[in-house]
Design a protein around this ligand. Structure first.
Ligand code: GUN
Ligand code: FE
Length: 440
């Protein structure tokens, strides 16, 4: 259990789409949970409390949440963006995932990706792994050891992939998934959870989807999959599932659209699908970098938010070329501007702003994964998942001495971090109170 008192600037989204910038504030963490946040210095602080006095260029923010990331695809980051989704999977992605049969290789790559994302402030990640049971458990072990809050997805793939990446049958796929779920639940580690992961509609079949929906219900688990990422994929999915109204219907009628479902991408959803997703309380993992790198399209996040659909951000490594949520925040802003260019002037369409993008990368992600009762902001009672930001750190990419007369305001400094910052500015990373990354 960890006890801290921070004095200085604290920035978070206390509720959906709202930003609080608390200057000269106090954040008291007791037993790894937020006990107090506000401007009055708390009294009766236990003597074993670690005190941090922040300077003008330092502030605390909640940890970033990556709602969609493929851990085994890390070796491919930056490669293969000449292709669109379906060819990219065949040409680059599946051949890489085949190697995760080798547990030593899995250990090496999974150590890299967990370390890299933690260093960049990802305190929670929803990972896809592969169809390899032992290697997927290794990913969970590494997340546990390094202290990253995580959802670990053992993949279900029985169709449309190289033979080495197919589970033998639906029975084997389900049996191994249940074994995986029980192994992770037996860890009894509150930070590391299993997540039911039908890779996509095209890589599974109807019976498998249905049985995975039943498993998720039996264990009350989160679910993740891909939806409506690429137009050719949508066409192929509807061909593979005749009798279904649309892409969302494929998941809906197989009990896979629940409050705990996170759907990657959702770029080309129609009105009916959006209505269904909202009604079921499922969420979208918006992956703006991937959507551009793989030529998939621009997702209209403003529209999803206006409808009340939960949205979080995903790096979609290695569909996306950057493993950080700071990048996803920036690209969500750029994507939203891109969407606005095609709207008629009379629509008065407003692209999302930096406050909304920051919400997506923090509380939005927590809401999507349904862990907003525990993390996502610094409301009293939440577990302390946080980043200590320092704009003046060694090798910071941000120059600060730039104004002629006055200095940047705190909100301006925060925007500098959002648009210019990198891991040099992330001095410490805390997950459930434990400091898992220290200043370099
Ligand atoms: N659809 C099915 N598998 C994948 C994947 O690995 N990445 C992306 N972006 N989309 C997918
Ligand atoms: Fe993906």
């Amino acid at each position: 259990m960890f006890n801290y008192l921070f004095e200085g600037t604290i920035i978070h989204c206390p509720e959906r789409l709202k930003l609080d910038v608390i200057e000269n504030g106090f954040l008291h963490v007791q037993d790894s949970k937020v006990k107090y946040i506000g401007n009055i210095k708390p009294e009766n602080i236990p003597s074993n409390t670690v005190y941090y006095k922040l300077n003008r260029y330092q502030f605390l923010i909640p940890g970033f949440i990556d709602t969609h990331i493929h851990a085994p695809q890390y070796p491919n980051v930056g490669l293969g963006y000449d292709a669109e989704l379906l060819d990219w999977l065949k040409k680059y992605t599946f051949p890489t995932e085949v190697h995760f049969k080798n547990e030593n290789y899995a250990k090496r790559i999974y150590t890299y990706i967990v370390s890299r994302t933690l260093k960049n402030g990802t305190t929670t990640a929803a990972y896809y792994a592969t169809i390899h049971l032992k290697s997927t458990i290794i990913l969970a072990d590494i997340a546990e050891e390094k202290g990253q809050r995580s959802f670990i997805g053992f993949n279900n793939i029985t169709d449309c992939a190289p033979p080495e990446l197919l589970q033998e049958s639906n029975d084997v796929s389900i049996e191994e998934t249940e074994k995986f779920i029980q192994t992770i639940l037996d860890k009894n580690n509150k930070l590391v959870q299993p997540i039911v992961t039908p890779r996509s509609a095209l890589r599974c079949n109807e019976d498998l989807l249905k049985r995975l929906g039943d498993l998720a219900e039996k264990y009350q688990l989160n679910i993740q999959t891909h939806i409506s990422e690429n137009k050719k994929e949508v066409e192929a999915a509807l061909e593979a599932y005749p009798g279904y109204k649309n892409f969302a219907d494929i998941f809906d009628r197989n009990n896979l659209l629940t409050k705990k479902t996170v759907l990657g991408h959702g770029i080309h959803l129609d009105e009916n699908e959006k209505r269904t997703i909202l009604e079921r309380g499922s969420s979208i993992a918006h992956c703006p970098n991937s959507n551009v790198c793989l030529h998939s399209g621009f997702c209209d996040v403003r529209d999803l938010l206006n409808r009340g659909i939960n949205v979080g951000l995903g790096t979609d490594i290695s569909g996306g070329c950057n493993p950080t949520i700071l990048d996803a925040i920036r690209l969500s802003l750029i994507t939203s501007n891109g969407v606005s260019f095609s709207k008629p002037e009379e629509d008065n369409y407003k692209p999302i702003n930096y406050v909304e993008a920051f919400y997506l990368g923090t509380l939005g992600g927590a809401e999507a994964l349904r862990i907003d009762d525990r993390v996502g902001n610094f409301n009293v009672g939440k577990e302390f998942d946080a980043l200590l930001i320092d704009l003046n750190s060694k090798d910071s990419p941000i120059d600060l001495d730039l104004k002629c007369e006055d200095d940047f305001t705190t909100k301006e400094l925060f925007q500098k971090f959002i648009y210019l910052g990198d891991d040099h500015n992330i001095d410490k990373v805390f997950v459930a109170g434990r400091c898992v990354v220290e200043d370099r």
